[in-house]
Design a binder for this molecule. Structure first.
Ligand SMILES: *[C@@H]1O[C@H](CO)[C@@H](O)[C@H](O)[C@H]1NC(C)=O
Ligand SMILES: *[C@@H]1O[C@H](CO)[C@@H](O)[C@H](O)[C@H]1NC(C)=O
Length: 369
């Protein structure tokens, strides 16, 4: 009798240990995803963070050369403001892979695993890999091939390295919900004013709409882009227009959507706010109304002194350490830096840069009370 119950105890213990082991390996599997290079593993999410439209909010970036630090600052801005679980995909040169992995793992610890990430080497489609490599500079063209390179991913928010979030990532992501069934990408116009627009005055190739689109902040429904066979359009268009192209991949994107305008959704300029929007006069009405959502320091403006607003905002994000007090260590210094720019053309209306941040930080303070 006693022997029997001893055996039973052993069985129960074995079962419990097995369950515990399975549970543990599932969690371990999850944290592994963050250090895998280029695997297509599904992600298991921490439970406390919610999903937006049932897809993981995914920010993708292609970083080469001296863009390591700038890219990390963009990623930091996303982590600071978002309240949902995020996934980052960084496609980069071999010699930067370790730097990204190291920093992002460290940030995962500081943020209680608020995000997962994948760092991948530059990759080209398996078919004709040689041809792709011959035709393009690797980094410039990489983004055009993401629909086939990220073949296990439904959608991404593609960000240029010289961008910063002034609002939670999910505010941009939610535009996926506004797209109709033919639209596979979202972009902001290249310009608001035909008198100073680039494409309408200088381009020698077709482009989207009256003034073209800027590709720095791009929602991409990769599922739909694969259905459209996006990658098959890239090479012929490149071959046909290569002598007329100035802005590389952005021009190719403009040409494709020129011929397929029904497949592109346009969001307002406040989702891709550039120096052009304020240098001469304030032309981005949506930013004046609802605040800048994403700021894009194109043509090096985060690092030049030409428009101090851009350097001020970059500096505040750069100096903030994740885990610090976002109000005291980020918002207050930012306000101080911006106060010094009010005499400049982009600094006339500093409220537009702070509007969304203020809302986010207010919400946080309310929650704390
Ligand atoms: C992308 O498109 C596919 C196919 O139409 C759809 O199932 C999916 O929900 C879309 N993704 C997002 C984020 O809207
Ligand atoms: C989606 O919207 C675009 C732009 O308004 C339009 O051209 C296209 O016909 C729409 N597609 C559907 C399926 O309604």
């Amino acid at each position: 009798m006693r022997l029997f119950s001893y055996t039973r105890l052993c069985i129960i213990l074995t079962v419990l240990i097995t369950i515990f082991y399975l549970y543990w390996s599932v969690f371990n599997f999850e944290s592994n995803e963050s250090v895998q290079i280029g695997t297509g593993r599904p992600v298991l999410l921490p439970t406390k963070k919610k999903l937006v439209n049932s897809h993981i909010v995914t920010v993708a970036v292609v970083a080469c050369g001296d863009r390591l630090h700038e890219t990390l600052t963009m990623i930091k801005s996303a982590i600071m403001l978002s309240q949902v679980h995020l996934r980052f995909i960084v496609v980069t040169e071999d010699n930067l892979i370790e730097n990204f992995q190291e920093k992002l793992s460290e940030w995962q610890e500081f943020t209680n695993n608020a995000f997962t990430f994948r760092v991948m080497p530059l990759t080209f489609p398996k078919d004709n890999a040689q041809e792709w490599r011959k035709l393009f500079k690797p980094c410039a063209a990489q983004r055009l091939f993401l629909p086939s390179v990220l073949d296990d991913i439904d959608s991404i928010l593609y960000m240029d390295t010289d961008t910063l979030f002034l609002t939670p990532v999910e505010d941009v992501w939610e535009h996926f919900n506004n797209m109709n069934s033919s639209q596979m990408a979202a972009l902001a116009p290249e310009h608001e004013d035909p008198n100073v627009g680039w494409y309408n005055r200088f381009a020698r190739h077709p482009y989207y709409g009256p003034l073209g689109v800027n590709s720095g902040v791009m929602l991409m429904n990769l599922t739909r882009m694969r259905e459209f066979q996006w990658v098959n359009y890239v090479i012929p268009i490149y071959k046909r227009y290569k002598l007329k192209i100035t802005w590389g991949d952005q021009d190719i994107i403009n040409i494709i959507f020129h011929f397929h305008p029904d497949k592109l959704y346009i969001y307002p300029c406040r989702y891709n706010f550039r120096p052009d929007h304020c240098m001469y006069m304030s032309v981005c009405k949506s930013a004046e109304r609802a605040g800048v959502a994403v700021i894009h320091g194109s043509r090096g403006f985060f690092h030049l002194e030409k428009q101090p607003v851009f350097t001020a905002i970059y500096r505040a994000f750069e100096e903030f350490q994740l885990g610090g007090d976002i109000y005291q260590d980020f918002y207050e210094p930012l306000e101080n830096y911006l106060d010094l720019t009010t005499e400049t053309s982009c600094g006339h209306i500093i409220g537009i840069y702070l509007k969304n941040l203020r809302r986010y930080i207010d919400i946080k303070e309310d929650n704390a009370r």
